[in-house]
Design a binder for this molecule. Sequence first.
Ligand SMILES: Cc1cc2nc3c(=O)[nH]c(=O)nc-3n(C[C@H](O)[C@H](O)[C@H](O)COP(=O)(O)O)c2cc1C
Length: 238
Amino acid sequence: MDDFDTNFEKFIQASKLSIYNEQQFASKLSSYDSDNKQLKLEYPKEANKLNIRKTKLDKIASRRISTRLFKSLGINNKELGLLLSSLRAWNGLEHRAYPSAGASYSTEEYVVCFNVENHQQKILYYDPDSHAVIDTNLKAPKWQEAKENLNIEVEGIPGLMIILVSFYNRATEKYDERGGRFALLEAGAAMQQIALKIAESKTLKGVICGGIRDEYWINKLGLGNDKCIIAIGYLVGK
Ligand SMILES: Cc1cc2nc3c(=O)[nH]c(=O)nc-3n(C[C@H](O)[C@H](O)[C@H](O)COP(=O)(O)O)c2cc1C
């Protein structure tokens, strides 16, 4: 392991969430003054309005919103296929629905099923090449247990959680420490693909979950011995 890896891994270590620091994380959140946060920059010159012609993509993007209230209904096979097509390698493994620095594609995608047709309580790996799910033979926790390991307020039961896992080494091997940024950016691009697919869908809703107990979920996915981190969880339901 070289110095670059060590520094990125120090950052990973410092940003981990666990039972040991989640109280501290929660009090940081509650003491944050969200009424006075900066949401854009101001410049002295006047703003020049731009033309608007709402394209198909704009229509979908304008419908994107987080939902934290689920009807506890199951996700069917068709919906699962639609949702995961957002991550598909449409033009081969090096040309997917989202870009990647140097086509390193360091993000892997898992589906933790709480209520999914044909896949109850399963943890699935998504194969973006063949657009297929593979049963990992690992058991998904029941929603009640899952919720205890997520720092999020939701009502009802989502059908599933997509977990984006970053095998950041694929990027740092090529770009050294800067590859760490690239790996996280790539996971963000994958996350946005999911967000747009949900916005496009008539039945699906979802919310991103950043407050996720890293070690618990890495172990649930059977990746405890791998060099990887949880990038984000995405709760999806109806
Ligand atoms: C990286 C990231 C992490 C997030 N984590 C959480 C979370 O832990 N809990 C939550 O309720 N929402 C979470 N969100 C959703 C944001 O709160 C939400 O996107 C933001 O408030 C804007 O609202 P909107 O998505 O409805 O437009 C997260 C979003 C992002 C991009």
